[in-house]
Design a protein around this ligand. Structure first.
Ligand code: UPG
Length: 397
């Protein structure tokens, strides 16, 4: 297949590009390199030393003989350029990662809220609009989030996208209907992914677009077999208070002797997936497109659930790190249960990497190896969800 990877320079986009290139597909990365600009804005850098995208693709070609093409396009702004690109290249599939993906970054200030909404919603709408306008028959695979469901304690498993409900009619009958699971975002970033869902529903219904939305859990790890082929193919690894996700943050904190930053009681239960499984799931989704006229296909892209507190204790046990229970900078339920249905990917053959299989190797290989690159002052979470929460954040555990 000829596949366009929008946001192919990012944390999940880059290993996906390599994985799909390795599997024999023709890969075109479209990216505005915004993630690199945000590093500059925040004054942080990836834990792992990352080369330019051009250098990365050059090394991949030298290693494998395969080419990955790079196109500098801003999807939220350069609609006409993207449309022309589609007409010229006619990809069979488009994988869409091109969104600002950090909840804390999206909550930093009014400017960051506006940026996240404008960037994410425009990018998604421009992609859908351009597919219809150019008439290309590309399957769109979007990286969504488990965060669209929210984390309320209803005590029932979260289905894959759609909730079967019975609606009582005026004539006293009960009509069965599948509705989109009620959206319950916990940040401006997560809210943009809820808005994306509605855009997908409309374009699938109105224009018959073939769309798959992947509701992904929190990714941990950094390597895939392809990124390990050469030091310059290494994936990025974020540890800072805005972009670092919880388990990767705990791993690097343990490596530098920084108390593990648990928000509140750590009773929050979340869904997780290893980066290796994430790229495999995207390949499985590409191989199993919905038919034209079908409803949006939704998968829950996660493999296990854990409480934040249990993860901290596990990392502490493995490494001897201290655990710090800090005031929570976020507005979220202090405790929740979470049961997620992920039968579809398991049914398609996904064999998950379990936390207990890979955790220690990641600590040793990545966190310890590159710990000399950590700026400790960037570890605390400084982005508060509300003005009332801001003064309560303890910046130095
Ligand atoms: N948390 C801590 N300590 C930390 C960081 C986070 O206790 O140092 C808590 C946080 O309060 C939350 C949970 O851990 O309860 C998860 O936070 P985080 O790992 O930052 O995940 P999300 O904010 O849910 O976002 C990540 C990705 C996002 C993706 C989502 C998938 O950034 O792109 O959509 O995971 O669920």
């Amino acid at each position: 297949m000829k596949i366009a990877i929008l946001g192919g320079d990012g944390f999940v986009g880059w290993p996906t590009a390599l994985h799909l290139s390795d599997a024999g597909h023709e890969i075109h990365i479209i990216d505005n390199l915004s993630r690199r600009w945000i590093d500059t804005e925040l004054g942080v850098q990836s834990l792992t030393p990352m080369d330019s995208i051009q250098e990365r693709t050059r090394i991949w070609h030298a290693e494998t003989g395969r080419r990955i093409h790079f196109h500098l396009i801003d999807l939220a702004r350069d609609y006409q350029i993207f449309k022309s690109w589609l007409v010229q290249n006619k990809p069979d599939a488009i994988v869409h990662f091109a969104e600002q993906r950090a909840a804390p970054y999206s909550m930093k200030s009014d400017r960051h809220k506006n940026y996240t909404v404008n960037n994410n919603v425009n990018a998604t709408h421009n992609v859908l609009n351009a597919i219809v306008e150019t008439g290309i028959d590309a399957h769109l695979v979007h990286l969504g989030t488990m965060g669209v469901y929210g984390y309320s304690t209803v005590g029932a498993a979260i289905p894959e996208g759609y909730l079967p409900v019975g609606i009582d009619t005026m004539s006293g009958e009960t009509v069965k209907q599948d509705i989109l699971y009620p959206a319950n975002p916990g940040s401006i970033y997560h809210m943009t992914k809820c808005l994306d869902q509605l855009l997908f529903q409309f374009y699938a219904k109105n224009d018959g677009l073939r769309i798959t939305d992947l509701h992904q859990g929190i990714v941990w790890g950094t390597h895939t077999p392809q990124t390990e082929r050469h030091p310059q193919l290494i994936n990025r690894f974020d540890y800072d208070g805005d972009y670092g996700t919880v388990l990767n943050r705990f791993l690097i904190q343990a490596a530098i002797g920084y108390p593990l930053t648990v928000h509140g009681t750590g009773g929050q239960t979340r869904a997780f997936i290893h980066i290796r499984d994430s790229v495999r799931c995207i390949e499985l989704a590409l191989k199993n497109p919905p038919a034209r006229g079908d409803k949006v296909e939704i998968f829950n892209q996660m493999t296990e659930t854990h409480r934040v507190k249990d993860l901290a204790e596990l990392v502490a046990k493995l490494t001897g790190a201290q655990v710090a229970y800090l005031p929570n900078p976020r507005k979220e339920a202090p405790e929740n249960d979470l049961v997620v249905n992920n039968e579809k990917f398991l049914g398609l053959g996904l064999d998950p990497t379990r936390l207990e299989d890979g955790l220690l190797a990641e600590v040793v290989d990545v966190a310890k190896k590159f710990s000399y690159r950590v700026d400790r002052s960037r570890v605390p979470a400084t982005s508060a969800w509300t003005k009332e929460i801001a003064p309560r954040i303890n910046r130095d555990p």
